[in-house]
Design a protein around this ligand. Structure first.
Ligand SMILES: [Zn+2]
Length: 96
């Protein structure tokens, strides 16, 4: 359990980290597109298809990290597709 005073700070950090994961995932999507356009490319001895699979695996991992981060720091409720809530809908702790 986390004291209410530090919940907002903890949630802010989670929000920044989740956003960073999102940015990296968008870059990953762009890279997958790049390797689609340059399918004959060899980078570090790996084919474009191999790089696409590696990037996809990293994106799935980041997606899982985002789901783990995007929770109420006090009760662990998943925030789903909500935009930054002012307080947790379950435990009512202030998040902003
Ligand atoms: Zn909560």
């Amino acid at each position: 359990m986390i004291p209410p005073a530090s919940a907002a700070g903890a949630f802010r950090l989670r929000k920044v980290l989740a956003a960073a994961c999102g940015v990296v995932m968008i870059l990953g999507l762009a890279l997958i597109g790049f390797f689609n356009e340059n399918a004959a490319l060899l980078v570090e001895g790996l084919t474009a298809r191999a790089w696409q699979l590696i990037i996809l695996a990293v994106m799935v991992l980041l997606g899982a990290v985002m789901v783990l981060l995007w929770r109420c720091p006090a009760c662990g409720l998943f925030m789903g597709l909500m935009r930054t809530p002012r307080q947790c809908p379950r435990c009512r702790i202030e998040l902003l």
